[in-house]
Structure formats: structure tokens, C-alpha cells
Design a protein around this ligand. Structure first.
Ligand code: ARG
Length: 568
């Protein structure tokens, strides 16, 4: 049963309008007195040349629906649909029980590859709070696409090429010390990098030295390469700690330097296709016709650029993964860059340019201004996560001192709180990072969702300890007549659509919002109804509802990258 689809089909057979389009218009009314689904007839007023109430009345007259709808009513310009209560509950709870943690999954992807370029950190630069969004949005999309039957390919397109490595070598040779830097890792590198910039302002010749050393890297000089490899290793060792905390792995770490030997072919192809133009000694693809500045391919000194590498990377990904989609989870500052890349691929004659998507997002800033590596004003993600865990542990000591495995749970909840903070709003919104908000355990946060999950687990444990087990055959669906359980069931029913929508719009927050709807509804239900000690059919039905809620919250949390502890 798919209620929305059934309504759309029934309306389509009357109006002749495409069912897919009609389905898009169907809304969930704010309260159940107005039905379970509503069709806003004003959407058709233009096409049908009638006032919305008249359309509603006419549709009501003509419509035939499957018998699991109990009523259709006209309310102003809306047509409200009422699902038969117990079959709605039955359908939803059966689906959750049968699919378990696969609830909301599908095989629409048919194993096709979806490349997701995310996190994509820069070597020798800190993994700061600004990278958090890319990392957690990308990771969530990774899980969402897998849930829908695609094969996600996670790519960390490392920023491991560029003149800054020349600067770093100079800085290291002048002011660095191997042992200290081994110990301080990226922070140590950052320190000498900042020093380089301060000193270079006074002494221009440092920049020449940096260019000299970068050239050595390019030429494959042994000492230069050894240092470069060491910077990379230090950085990766450092970020691995963060990825471990977030439970993230990548399928590929092919970054900018990986394409060193793959750009020649792209440049040749651009030449062959007459797309390359000289401009003051540099080579560009002219995009004036498309209202964009030129895409810079080769600098006048022959050096390749970020864009050149991304073109090579796109070609490589197509060849290697034959992707169905190629997503770039990168901040909106790079909107123009990706527009240019996609355009150049299109001009090269590849129709798969349509399958490349820039999943852009807003900036995370500190309350007192933006983040800048140059000035060294950064909040390191690892420190943020660690403090979150510590603060969580403090709260737990106070609230639940006897909790088993407190450290583990504090890690799951503390990290979850920070992750959730980036996934509870539309991507494009700028976020100011705030401790209070991230760690607020009430309100619409990750910890609140985790807490609700733990509450369900505790209800289920209680039932088990009393020897009560519930299977699908035991459920008396007529128990779910009350407003509160109906609201829970409605929220559960909406989950698969939220997952699907999240994949279509590349917006994990659609899942977070649905999880919160489920949690709020369940907590309301929990406070207003008794479970244990009720008559057997009532008790079992409510335990079943609790089991379904637990399963769906857990799956939802997993999809946005959070753990679901059983006790908190
Ligand atoms: N390393 C870049 C940065 O931190 C992001 C790379 C994104 N991916 C890409 N293929 N361009 O700004």
C-alpha cells in the first residue's frame, strides 16, 4: 500500500494529469482531524479553470479509492483523505517488522555507482570545524545511497598539491625540528606555516625559495619528495583519529597529486577539440558565452591548476566507476569552480556532465568571526569532538552515574551531538558553531533522538524481563485508535519517503527531521499511555509500536551517521 500514490492515481484518472505530478502536491495535514493526507486543489485551479472549492467538490464526487481509505472530505479548497485507522497501522508496523533495519531501503539503485567526493581535506592544514559539514553530509549521503541500493564510492580528494608545500619545506628547514613536529603533528606544521607568512611579509626572497622547493617536488627530487610524503603521512595519521571517531572510511584517497600524470591527456583532448585558447601566456577554456570567467587550465609558467586536476579527476572517475552520479560535497565558495568544470565537460561532448552534482553547503563559523588557516585562528575538529565527549561524560556522571560503559556511550552521544548540529538544517544555511546548541540534550538534537531510542530499548527490556514477547501475529491493530499512537504511526509511515527525498535533494536533514517527528510523537505517547500492566492486547500492541519506533530511530540515526546506544 502506498497511500499517496493511490490518491495520485485516483485523481489522475479523473483529471488526466500526470500521477507523479499530483503526488508531489499531496500534503500531510497538521492534525489528524483534517485527515491523513490532503490534496490542495488550488494547484489545479489554473489548468481546470475552476475555483478550488468547486474542484474539491467535483473530485470528491468522482473519486474511487481502495478500501483502506475510510473517508474523503472537502474542506475549503482542500480534499482531505482519511486512511482506515487499523489498516494504516497494520501496513506500517508490518513493514517495519518485516524489513527491520532495512526499513525505508529499496533496490532502485540496482548496484549503480554513486561517487561521493567529501571531506577532501588539505594536507598540512588542520581538520577544522569548517570541514565538518562536508564530512558529515558526505558520509550521510554515502549511507543513504547504499540504503537505496546504490553502491556508494567515498572519495577523499586530498588537497596534496600546490605551492604551499614549497613554503612548508622552507619553513621546516628554517624553523622546524623533526621530533617536535612528529609530536605536534599538523599543529606543528601549521605553526611554522603561519611563521612563514609572517616572515615572508618582511623578506620577499622567502617566496622565491618556496617556489624553488616546490619545483623540486615537481621534478621528483628525493629530499623534497621525502618531506612532502612525511607531511602527508602526518596529516593522514591525524585525520584518521577524527574519521575513527565519526566511524568513517573512504574507498579512495586519490587526491590532487594522483592526477599529476593524468592531466596531459585531458590537455591534449581539450586542444584537439579546439577548446583551449591562449590568454596572456596562459591556457584557458573561454566561457564568456556562458557568462562565466574563463576556466584556467595552464598558468603562463606551465603549471596546472586546481581545475585541471578536477577535470582529470572527473574523467578518471567516469572511466573507473562509470558513475551514475558524481557528487561533490563542497562549500558554496566553490560554486563557480564546479559550474566551470561541469561546463567544460559538457563542451568536451560528454553527456555525463549532467550526472555531476555540486552538493554545496553554507559555512560554519565561530561566533566571533570566520575561520582562517593563515591567521591560525581555528577550532580543531578533534578538539571539538573530544570536548563534546568530555562534557557529555560530565552530564552522564550527574544524571546516570551507574550507567555501564559510560565512556563508550559518552563518545557516541558527544560525537553524535556535534554531527547532528550540521545535519539538522538545509545544507545551504550558514551555521555559527555554538557549544550550547550542539550539546543541548533537550530540544531537537541528536542526543534527544538517541535518548528516545534508549527509552524504547528500556521498555522492550522490561517486557522481556516479564517474559512477554510480541510477534506480528499478536498485534491487535484496533488498539491504535488514540490520537497519540496515530501520530507515531504516521511519522513512521513517512520515513521511507523522507529517505527517498533526502537522496533526491541531497539533503540528509530531511531524515533528521523525520526522526525528530517520530521521537516527539513517541514521547508524547509514552507520557500519556500506560504500556506495562495494561490488558494483554493493549500491552502487546503498544510494545510492538515501541519496537517499531526503536528500529526506525536506529536506522534513521545510522543514515545520518549517529550511533544508537541502548542505554543512556
Ligand atoms: N580540498 C578542497 C578544499 O578544502 C576541497 C576539494 C573538493 N573536491 C574537489 N574535487 N575539488 O577546499
Amino acid at each position: 500500500m502506498d497511500y499517496k500514490k493511490d490518491i495520485a492515481l485516483a485523481l489522475s484518472s479523473i483529471t488526466g494529469i500526470d500521477a507523479g505530478e499530483l503526488e508531489e502536491y499531496i500534503e500531510i495535514p497538521p492534525n489528524s482531524e483534517m485527515g491523513d493526507f490532503a490534496f490542495p486543489c488550488f494547484k489545479l485551479a489554473r489548468t481546470l479553470r475552476k475555483a478550488p472549492p468547486a474542484i474539491a467538490a467535483e473530485l470528491k464526487e468522482k473519486i474511487t479509492l481502495p478500501d483502506y481509505f475510510s473517508d474523503v472530505q472537502v474542506a475549503g479548497g482542500y480534499l482531505n483523505f482519511f486512511a482506515d485507522k487499523s489498516s494504516f497501522a497494520k501496513k506500517t508496523i508490518e513493514a517495519v517488522f518485516n524489513q527491520g533495519e532495512k526499513y525505508g531501503s529499496s533496490d532502485e539503485g540496482q548496484g549503480r555507482n554513486v561517487c561521493i567526493d567529501y571531506s577532501s581535506i588539505n594536507i598540512a592544514k588542520p581538520f577544522h570545524i569548517g570541514h565538518l559539514s562536508s564530512t558529515v553530509i558526505g558520509h550521510s549521503l554515502y549511507r543513504i545511497f547504499n540504503h537505496l541500493g546504490y553502491n556508494s564510492v567515498g572519495i577523499n580528494h586530498l588537497g596534496d598539491w600546490g605551492t604551499q608545500f614549497g613554503k612548508l619545506i622552507v619553513a621546516y628547514k628554517k624553523w622546524g625540528d623533526r621530533e617536535t613536529i612528529e609530536k605536534q603533528s599538523v599543529k606543528g606544521l601549521l605553526e611554522i606555516y603561519v611563521k612563514f607568512h609572517d616572515e615572508a611579509e618582511k623578506d620577499e626572497s622567502l617566496n622565491d625559495e618556496a617556489r624553488f622547493w616546490f619545483k623540486k617536488i615537481e621534478e621528483g627530487d628525493k629530499e623534497a619528495l621525502e618531506l612532502f610524503a612525511w607531511f602527508k603521512e602526518l596529516t593522514l595519521r591525524e585525520v584518521k583519529k577524527v574519521y575513527d571517531m565519526l566511524d568513517i572510511t573512504f574507498d579512495s584517497y586519490a587526491g590532487e597529486s594522483f592526477y599529476n600524470d593524468k592531466m596531459g591527456a585531458v590537455i591534449d583532448e581539450l586542444k584537439e577539440k579546439n577548446l583551449l585558447k591562449e590568454d596572456k601566456g596562459a591556457m584557458i577554456v573561454d566561457l564568456e558565452e556562458y557568462n562565466m570567467p574563463p576556466c584556467l587550465i595552464l598558468r603562463s609558467d606551465g603549471a596546472t591548476l586546481y581545475a585541471t586536476r578536477d577535470l582529470a579527476a572527473a574523467m578518471y572517475r567516469k572511466k573507473t566507476y562509470d558513475f551514475y552520479k558524481n557528487l561533490y560535497v563542497v562549500a558554496y565558495q566553490q560554486d563557480l569552480h564546479f559550474k566551470q568544470i561541469f561546463k567544460v565537460i559538457e563542451l568536451m561532448g560528454y553527456d555525463w556532465y549532467k550526472d555531476m552534482v555540486h552538493v554545496s553547503f553554507g559555512m560554519v563559523s565561530l561566533p566571533d568571526g570566520t575561520l582562517s588557516t593563515r591567521k591560525g585562528k581555528v577550532l580543531f575538529l578533534e578538539d571539538v569532538l573530544k570536548s563534546a565527549v568530555e562534557k557529555t561524560l560530565e552530564i552522564m556522571q550527574e544524571k546516570n552515574p551507574d550507567l555501564e560503559k559510560k565512556e563508550l556511550v559518552a563518545k557516541q552521544v558527544g560525537v553524535g551531538a556535534v554531527v547532528w548540529n550540521s545535519l539538522y538544517n538545509g545544507r545551504i544555511k550558514d551555521i555559527t558553531f555554538s557549544w550550547d546548541k550542539a550539546l543541548n540534550f533537550e530540544g531537537e538534537t541528536g542526543p534527544y533522538a538517541q535518548y528516545t531510542h534508549a527509552r524504547c530499548c528500556s521498555v522492550i527490556r522490561k517486557a522481556e524481563s516479564e517474559g512477554i514477547s510480541v510477534s506480528l501475529d499478536d498485534i491487535d491493530y484496533s488498539v491504535f485508535e488514540d490520537e497519540e499512537s496515530r501520530a507515531v504511526i504516521k511519522a513512521l509511515e513517512a520515513f521511507p519517503k523522507a529517505v527517498k527525498e533526502a537522496s533526491v535533494k541531497y539533503e540528509p536533514y530531511l531524515i533528521s527531521r523525520n526522526i525528530i517527528d517520530i521521537c516527539k510523537a513517541y514521547n508524547k505517547f509514552y507520557f500519556e499511555h500506560r504500556i506495562m500492566g495494561e490488558q494483554e492486547n493493549v500491552m502487546k500492541a503498544r510494545i510492538a509500536l515501541t519496537m517499531a519506533v526503536k528500529t526506525v530511530i536506529k536506522t534513521g540515526l545510522y543514515l545520518v551517521g549517529l550511533e544508537a546506544p541502548e542505554k543512556m
